[in-house]
Design a protein around this ligand. Structure first.
Ligand SMILES: [Zn+2]
Length: 314
């Protein structure tokens, strides 16, 4: 018999599902959360969606998953944060939050008395990650990002955390499984708490469709089976391309952006990825692949600002 599953003011007794809001510490902000507490004990899994403002397949997946999961079938506990970055979601802003201009996925583990993004990260870290055994953070191509689905797992961390994270990531039904050295995002920060997990990317350009949501739901359920939180056989999705690490280029001029590569194109180190021109078509800067690999996402907006991501190669 398991005990109550608590986060903030939400309490799910064994065998129950509770939906409500989790108050962000030292703010008026509330996050929509579902807690599912199985009747039998098992792992505690945290699923976050809507980390960035325009990554809609993740949010719709979280909403549906929360409604579909039946505590009678769950061994252990699942917490789902339907929209983690509520301010960015409603501001319809990509990359950063409207209150502090910070990238929410670069401020983990957060600060109790920090900016809005830092307070949300702190609340997720202390209320959810602190009691978890595994975490999944769901993303997608933001408003102006064309993206082929991929999943990032923490590499260069404790061996057992890396191997569990990588194995679980490879069960999402996503072809490209990519190592990452990030430490200040959701999954990187989670590893410092001894928590394996991954960051998945499905969907692009601020759009969402049934196919993407179905793909997400199927993958997450497969990982929950692997973690023995849901019953049933783990599916083997077959072909996976493992990529050791990703590397991107960012704009160092404001102007107009002209990519020279397509999604999933194999590029060699030094190959031209695109250029930024001014409003009179004069080239301001050219960008080249920082490593051999596969193009995982390409920014699609003609408008570009200093610091914006342009292309990522995995
Ligand atoms: Zn994202």
């Amino acid at each position: 018999m398991s005990s109550d599953f608590k986060a903030g003011q939400l309490i799910a007794p064994p065998g129950s599902k509770v939906q409500g809001t989790l108050r962000v510490e030292n703010s008026d902000l509330e996050l929509p959360v579902t807690l599912i507490n199985g009747e039998t004990s098992g792992k505690t899994v945290i699923i976050t969606a809507g980390t960035h403002g325009g990554e809609y397949p993740s949010v719709e997946t979280a909403i549906r998953l929360a409604n579909q999961l039946d505590p009678q079938n769950v061994s252990g506990r699942i917490a789902i944060v339907h929209v983690a970055n509520v301010p960015a979601f409603h501001a319809k802003m990509q990359y950063v939050g409207p209150d502090d201009g910070k990238n929410f996925n670069r401020v983990f583990p957060g600060k109790a008395l920090g900016t809005t993004s830092e307070k949300i990260a702190y609340t997720i870290t202390t209320e959810l990650y602190a009691q978890a055994d595994f975490q999944m953070d769901l993303h997608g191509g933001d408003l102006h990002e064309a993206l082929v689905p991929f999943v990032l797992y923490p590499s260069g961390v404790q061996e057992e955390i890396e191997s569990v994270s990588k194995e679980a990531a490879s069960l999402m039904g996503i072809r490209y499984v990519v190592g990452s050295l990030s430490t200040n995002g959701t999954y990187g920060s989670a590893t410092t708490l001894g928590l394996p997990g991954f960051l998945a990317e499905i969907g692009q350009c601020g759009l969402w469709n049934e196919e993407e949501v179905t793909s997400y739901l199927r993958g997450i359920q497969n990982v929950l089976k692997y973690l023995k939180v849901l019953p049933g056989e783990v599916e083997d999705y077959g072909a996976i391309t493992y990529l050791p690490k990703m590397a991107g280029v960012n704009a160092d001029h404001a102007g107009c952006w002209y990519p020279a590569v397509r999604l999933e194109e194999r590029v060699s180190k030094g190959q031209k990825l695109g250029e930024i021109r001014d409003y009179f078509a004069k080239i301001l800067s050219e960008y080249f692949a920082p490593q051999d690999g596969v193009v995982l996402y390409v920014v699609t907006s003609l408008a570009i600002n200093v610091g914006d991501p342009l292309v990522v190669v995995g």
